[in-house]
Design a protein around this ligand. Structure first.
Ligand code: ARG
Length: 467
């Protein structure tokens, strides 16, 4: 007896598969995640085969009903997965034949696992992208709400993590928002290249059956069938592209996380995180650690790694399908899970961020953040900018030496550096005056930030997110 009997490809073999090799080559433990998409793809394929006259009414009905029942079995976790049957496709097909007999064996007409697996993976990823887009949109929305709450909150803006100029905290949050808009747009664009159907490419060359690939594509809501059968079975650009988009998005979330970690430290004290998003220390009773941002920052690295894995997976492959491609799934699945979970954690957390307005203001007052405003004041009085820079530098040095802010220096003291400085200088040394003066489009003046928020709300409404 051929010990490979249960395997659909047993015909050509005389010896049984080595047990270790069987486990080594099997993918069912992870690709069973594709089961519902495999079933949807098979139903569409069978329906198309029926419409072109290859499957009769009875076989078609038996296949559709059988697959639907198997779908329910899998959903109920009442399905016996077998490593011997290698992957999700052969497990489901074998079960179908068990249930409905010969009709089940007709399903694979004009199809190969090569086009099947590429189709399943694309269907899976398309569904996940839609969930991720929804999560991204939720995060965008809560960020705009948060920004609106903090338009008039003044904080020090940083460059080199040194106090630079006063800004609105709402403006800072809207900077995060802008990053997410780009991430959203990139993902929408990536989806277009995911939504192309390999099915009908068969093993690599197309098939001699008169398949209607446009029909199958429309049954599965693909935009179109892939245009070249070789490319269709071997292309994994869509997985790489998704992981690249995920990497950029997570790079952004990691930057937000880094700021939250710094801002929640006692040294900064800018932001409070709700207890529900932190944990304590088993040894130091005073600790409240920003675990969620730290983990998001940490998880980013694994997705960068997946991107590198997938690029490397593809770089040496000749056309068309190679078994290497089975290795695309685990990195892709983990990239999807990680991105979704990190976005969810952020969208849940952001509405609960508590700005410590007093600490933010104090910090803005401390670092000579209005030095540029003093320089601009001098320029308005006709001093060339470079000379103004020098005058302000001297004023700041005096401030540091005597431990006072610029607004605490007397007019006499200023006059030692420039006779042009008058009483009205104190108005532009205030934080509010400084903010209001940065009134260019895209600047931090509260009126401009409100404008940006209104524009963001309009964008969200256009996408269909009630705001
Ligand atoms: N499990 C395989 C994969 O994920 C399915 C395709 C296998 N095709 C083949 N000819 N061995 O890529």
């Amino acid at each position: 007896m051929n010990q490979n009997e249960s395997k659909p490809w047993a015909g050509r073999f005389t010896e049984a598969t080595d047990q270790f090799v069987e486990a080594f080559t099997a993918s069912v433990n992870f690709d069973k995640r594709l089961a519902q998409y495999d079933i949807a793809g098979s139903i569409a394929h069978a329906t198309m085969l029926h419409r072109i006259g290859i499957l009769d009414e009875r076989d078609h009905a038996a296949i559709v009903q059988g697959l639907e029942t198997i779908g329910l079995e899998i959903e109920r976790d009442d399905f016996c997965w077998s490593v011997e049957l290698e992957d999700v496709h052969m497990n489901i097909e074998a079960r179908l034949t068990d249930r409905i007999g010969d009709a089940g064996k007709r399903l694979h007409t004009g199809r190969s696992r090569n086009d099947q697996v590429a189709t399943d993976t694309r269907l899976y990823l398309r569904a996940q992208i839609d969930l991720i887009l929804a999560e991204l949109l939720r995060l965008r929305k809560v960020l705009v709400d948060l920004a609106e709450r903090e338009v008039d909150t003044i904080m020090p803006g940083f460059t080199h993590l040194q106090v630079a100029q006063p800004i609105s905290l709402g403006h800072h949050f809207m900077a995060w928002y802008e990053m997410l808009v780009r991430d959203y747009d990139r993902l929408v664009d990536c989806r277009k290249r995911v939504n192309v159907m390999p099915l009908g490419a068969a093993a690599l060359a197309g098939t001699s059956y008169p398949l209607d690939r446009h029909l199958t594509a429309s049954l599965l809501q693909f935009d179109r069938p892939a245009a070249n059968s070789l490319d269709a079975v071997s292309d994994r650009d869509f997985a790489i592209e998704f992981t690249a988009v995920a990497s950029i998005t997570l790079m952004h979330l990691s930057r937000f996380s880094e700021e939250l970690v710094v801002w929640t430290s006692a040294q900064f004290g800018f932001i409070g995180l709700p207890d529900a998003f932190c944990t304590g220390s088993s040894i130091m009773p005073q600790k409240k650690n920003p675990d969620v941002p730290e983990l998001v920052r940490g998880k980013t690295g694994r997705v960068f790694g997946h991107l590198m894995s997938l690029l490397t997976l593809m770089k040496g492959q000749p056309l068309a399908y190679n078994k290497d491609n089975q290795e695309d799934k685990e990195p892709l699945f983990d990239a999807v899970d990680t991105l979704r979970n990190c976005l969810r954690a952020f969208a849940d957390m952001v509405p609960h961020l508590q700005a410590n307005r007093t600490a933010l203001r104090r910090a803005a007052l401390q670092g000579y953040a209005t030095a540029t405003d003093l320089a601009d004041y001098l320029v308005r009085k006709g001093v060339p900018f470079r000379d103004a820079h020098e005058i302000v530098g001297k004023s700041v040095r005096l401030g540091i030496e005597t431990e006072r802010d610029l607004s605490d220096l007397t007019l006499d003291e200023f006059h030692a550096f420039s006779p042009l400085i008058e009483e009205d200088v104190y108005r532009c040394l205030t934080l509010e005056g400084s903010l209001q003066s940065r009134n260019t489009f895209g600047g931090t003046a509260p009126a401009r930030v409100r404008e940006a928020i209104a524009e963001a709300r309009k964008q969200l409404e256009q996408i269909g997110m009630p705001s």
